[in-house]
Design a protein around this ligand. Sequence first.
Ligand code: BGP
Length: 472
Amino acid sequence: MTLTVEQFPKDFLWGGAVAANQLEGAYNADGKGWSVQDVTPQGGFGPITDEPTEDNMKLVGIDFYNRYKEDIKLFAEMGFKTFRTSIAWSRIFPNGDEVEPNEAGLKFYDDLFDELLKYNIEPLVTLSHYETPLHLAKEYDGWVNRKMIGFYENYVRTVFTRYKGKVKYWLTFNEINSILHAPFMSGGIATAPEKLTQKDLYQAVHHELVASALATKIGHEIMPEAQIGCMVLAMPTYPLTPNPDDVIAVMEAERKNYFFSDVHVRGTYPGYMKRFFRENAIELDFGPEDEELLTNTVDFISFSYYMSSTETADESKREAGKGNILGGIPNPYLEASEWGWQIDPKGLRIVLNDFWDRYQKPLFIVENGLGANDELIIDENGNKTVNDDYRIDYLNDHLVQVGEALKDGVEVMGYTTWGCIDLVSASTAELKKRYGFIYVDRHDDGTGTLERYKKKSFSWYKEVIETNGTSL
Ligand code: BGP
């Protein structure tokens, strides 16, 4: 038995991640229909508008639709092995419920994938990244309606057939568990959250889980070599105190997330969710083939990781607007980003180990990064750049913990930083929350040249990839 640990495997997939709606722009070009994002202006999840308004930064994004060649060249310069993006569903099926796809939309992704492959960059494609066609939200109330499974099936069958041979790695739904917290953005559910019943919400969850399993089944049939994964928002949760009631509160909170990966990996509903449904009088409608369909399990688990959270059974400790995005209980041991997301590199090692211990399935970190209000400066050589040492520190500290998890024996396929080029934020719909190695000259008032500038972190990441992580 050898005890040598090679930290990052030779074929480790280093890269970056984005989502179509957050950077492509061209929201109505070449036959594209509107998606839920096109009516979500600055301010985030809502209120939504009747039609796209000028202050919606996603309408132009960073004009990736027209500039992707220039951007991919920069990704190649950093040495990317993979690039994660999504297909905007409403480019392919503008309303979502048509039978025939929009050829111009299909052509765009053909060209995009060809451009990546030219540089040996493996595309990693999210099928649905908060991009439900708006018509499906308005007409059907999104995933609450069982018909969505059929519309999604038609869409995924179309893109699998078209891009087989070009795309090997697929993700079914971005952060599928986020539907519990952002039903419109995540699930295209038009019913206002305060009017949405638990039954309808979990019915929508069920439809997505069935659709995800169906996509996995169809994907494997059409592309035997494909690797199809689920994608969840991961967040290790710590008890505020050693009080067993707090530990139980953690268990309950974590189950709301594990539920999604459990079904994807084990192919069946876990007992604790059946209990939750029973005790809350939620009776889900199962189609006759649903149980069988759910047994089409994923090849790997992918997840986003930005922060940990803290839980307690003592409701008086909850502080609205504080702690973390889903929490409300600040962890006194952690610092926070400018947007209040508490930074916890060790939490990434914990999450990796937890998933590995639970499932023994390969893991893929497909989002991690720091959103910051970067300042463009002119360096000593007269070049415009950003001295983003804080981003380098953040990413470095997290990658060191990935290295620790690898030493622990966890199998990790790859790591794609979120927003490898500046793009529009999902939660605030602003451009000033920047994540990239590449600065884009565009601002929330709509000004800017859209020029691209390399930040200091650009050469840092290039070296990390070049040395396969030994420079960390
Ligand atoms: C995840 C989403 C991404 C992304 C990221 C950063 O939840 O999958 O789409 O944007 O978070 O969040 P934000 O853009 O709100 O800073």
